[in-house]
Design a protein. Structure first.
Length: 279
């Protein structure tokens, strides 16, 4: 059961990333971000209230969840921007490398990673380098590709910050951690939209993006349930394979093709993520 739930979570996350990235090619990224985060926020607030989950008793959990949310939404914004201009098959695995950040922070503060985690970190670095080596005949495409890689790397750091900062609050309350993580940045996103005044999507598109937010939230819930029914290391590895769905959808729907060295890089990056999660 745990394996099925973790795989369903990975598929849901990958689908949500692909749909949001696709929408970002037509709709301003802050608008996409606002609708996706807002759609999930409405649902998780309702869940937190209906479940009568107690709020944080420690102020440190409140601020950590809030900071994690700001880090996560910055990461998501960079991620959607990267998906909108770059090759999704390359961007998604690079962004998933954020799982390595807590391990790196642990090493800096004195932790000794396992051999599996250490090998995973090496594989991630090698994979990112290989996956980044895109060749373009057109100078504009090459520049867009470089921007996408930089944005993907920034998003990886932001996602890593989210994982590290929300770990302790989630132990106290998963629903309220998600409420703060999604809600903290909403005023900032709204302010950016108010300043830029971008063209707003149609009602149908807006509802679709809100639905993407609920798919993303559902993936989080599936992982949480899977953790209660199976081994954490197995669930973490399988749940962390969400870029595979994004890569597959990009290949089937967008007909993306990547060179063999990049395929090797993608495989190394994903394998490294799995190793770090397992370690």
């Amino acid at each position: 059961m745990a394996i099925a739930l973790a795989l369903a979570a990975a598929a849901s996350w990958g689908l949500a990333d692909f749909l949001a990235g696709l929408a970002s090619r037509r709709v301003n990224v802050p608008v996409v971000l606002f609708l996706v985060e807002g759609g999930g926020l409405v649902v998780i607030v309702a869940i937190a209230l209906l479940s009568h989950e107690p709020f944080f008793s420690d102020a440190r959990d409140f601020w950590s969840a809030t900071a994690g949310g700001l880090s996560g939404v910055l990461a998501l914004g960079c991620f959607y921007a990267a998906l909108s201009i770059g090759t999704m098959s390359v961007v998604a695995p690079i962004s998933s490398a954020g799982v390595a950040l807590p391990v790196i922070v642990g090493v800096i503060t004195g932790d000794r990673p396992s051999a599996v985690s250490a090998l995973g970190l090496v594989a991630i670095v090698a994979g990112v380098v290989l996956a980044s080596r895109e060749q373009h005949d057109d100078a504009a495409q090459a520049a867009a590709s470089r921007r996408a890689i930089i944005l993907a790397l920034i998003s990886a750091v932001g996602f890593g910050g989210f994982f590290a900062l929300t770990d302790a609050p989630a132990d106290a309350s998963v629903p309220w951690t998600l409420v703060l993580a999604r809600g903290a940045a909403m005023p900032f996103i709204a302010a950016v939209i108010a300043v830029r005044r971008p063209t707003l999507p149609s009602g149908r598109m807006a509802l679709g993006l809100c639905a993407v937010g609920t798919i993303d939230l559902m993936a989080t819930a599936l992982v949480a349930i899977a953790n209660t029914k199976g081994d954490l290391s197995v669930v973490s590895v399988l749940g962390g394979m969400y870029p595979v769905m994004t890569v597959l959808l990009a290949a089937v729907v967008l007909k993306e093709r990547v060179a063999p060295p990049q395929m090797l890089g993608i495989a190394l990056a994903l394998g490294g993520v799995a190793a770090v999660a397992a370690g």
